[in-house]
Design a protein around this ligand. Structure first.
Ligand SMILES: Nc1ncnc2c1ncn2[C@@H]1O[C@H](COP(=O)(O)OP(=O)(O)OP(=O)(O)O)[C@@H](O)[C@H]1O
Length: 357
């Protein structure tokens, strides 16, 4: 089922939770709604579900207007952050619930319910827990059961609101991979809300970055990470270093370091902010006669294959530490320890002249 959102707006009193949202979700896609707290992710999900009505705009399912369609006709399945499993029912009965409460004319036979529930429990790899009660399961297991329960009624759309939000980091990671695999098997159009960048980038086909009720950017994980359209997306997706500089006729300067910026050939003496990812900074022991920025190593974190350095530029404050990532091999070559002087140069950067926003 494809979904289209047209010019959707929603106010709570005088507060605008959604401001004229437009979005197309392809059939069979796994889409992440990513943004800071209060950016409108849950509200958008609830409007798509029919749990909330918008003040203006439309929701289309398979090109048909579903804006006024009641929730029971929308064929959506939900999974929320806090597993709302029924405590007094076995896991089996929890998954069967949606099928048992159907109106009589749509209800399937007991034998068929049994088969379908067993199949779903196998799908979420928890068929061995069928006779247990929710309190006898771990948090991660309960979320998988919540998903099986949502899938039982064969929804056309699956909506997940911070499904792994209440779980610890390790379980979250496992469930992410698991959700991705499950989606690849089922191909149900799915939208999940998260404020965790890594989760959105790792799991989804496309990411929708939201901020203050608006969509800032929509794209594949690679697109939004590698080519953010504005400073907000840049800062929201992973670590980024900010350098202040200037642009003039296709050249940019950060301190004495000069970098080609052909896309700004029109610029005349503009102040600019340069965004540089930690792995796009080159570190050397000596300046080799080139213009470079002098800095001092203030912290080294060398766990794993990538070494993270925190550097303090000369004349800058502690709060302006520069994060750099280099390979362990390069780190060994440089033999750096805390307090050493280094020279840095951005290898790749994105410039945002001040006048642009
Ligand atoms: N029923 C409501 N009444 C009044 N204000 C609301 C209501 N629901 C949401 N809001 C407000 O709308 C804004 C958007 O809320 P929403 O839950 O969509 O954000 P979110 O991006 O999902 O945030 P979070 O990650 O914290 O869940 C918030 O400022 C919230 O306080």
């Amino acid at each position: 089922m494809s979904i289209e959102i047209r010019q959707l707006s929603k106010q709570f009193g005088s507060f605008a939770a959604l401001r004229s949202i437009n979005l197309k979700i392809h059939s069979g896609e796994l889409l992440a709604l990513l943004g800071p707290s209060g950016s409108g992710k849950t509200t958008l999900l609830r409007v798509i579900a029919g749990l909330e009505t918008a003040d203006a705009g439309q929701v289309l399912f398979n090109d048909e207007d579903a804006t006024d369609q009641p929730i029971r006709d929308r064929q959506v399945g939900f999974v929320f952050q806090h597993y709302a499993l029924f405590r007094n029912m076995t896991i089996f009965e929890n998954v069967a619930f949606g099928l048992r409460v159907r109106p009589k004319k749509n209800r399937i036979k007991d034998q068929e319910i049994r088969e379908r529930v067993t199949k779903l429990l196998k799908l979420v790899q928890l068929d061995w827990l069928a006779d247990r009660y929710p309190h006898q399961l771990s948090g991660g297991q309960r979320q998988r059961i919540a998903l099986a329960r949502a899938l039982a009624v064969e929804p056309k759309v699956l909506l997940l609101d911070e499904p792994f939000g209440a779980l610890d980091a390790k379980v979250r990671k496992e469930l992410r991979t698991w959700l991705r695999r499950l989606h690849d098997e089922m191909h149900i159009t799915s939208i999940f809300v998260t404020h965790d960048q890594e989760e959105a980038l790792e799991v989804s086909d496309r990411v929708v970055v939201m901020n203050e009720g608006r969509i800032e950017q929509v794209g594949t994980p690679d697109e939004v990470y590698e080519r953010p359209v504005n400073p907000f997306v840049y800062e929201f997706l992973g670590h980024v270093n900010l350098f202040h500089g200037r642009v003039h006729q296709g050249r940019a300067w950060i301190g004495d370091v000069e970098i080609a910026a052909p896309e700004f050939s029109w610029a005349e003496e503009l102040a600019a902010v340069a965004y540089v990812r930690p792995h796009d900074i080159e570190v050397t022991r000596t300046a080799n006669g080139d213009a470079a920025l002098a800095a001092r190593v203030s912290h080294v974190l060398s766990v794993g294959p990538v070494v993270r350095l925190e550097l303090l530029r000369e004349g800058q404050h502690e709060q302006d530490l520069i994060q750099v990532e280099i390979s362990k091999e390069r780190f060994r070559e440089l033999q750096l320890t805390k307090g050493d002087q280094v020279f840095i140069k951005p290898r790749r950067l994105d410039l945002f002249p001040h006048q642009m926003h």
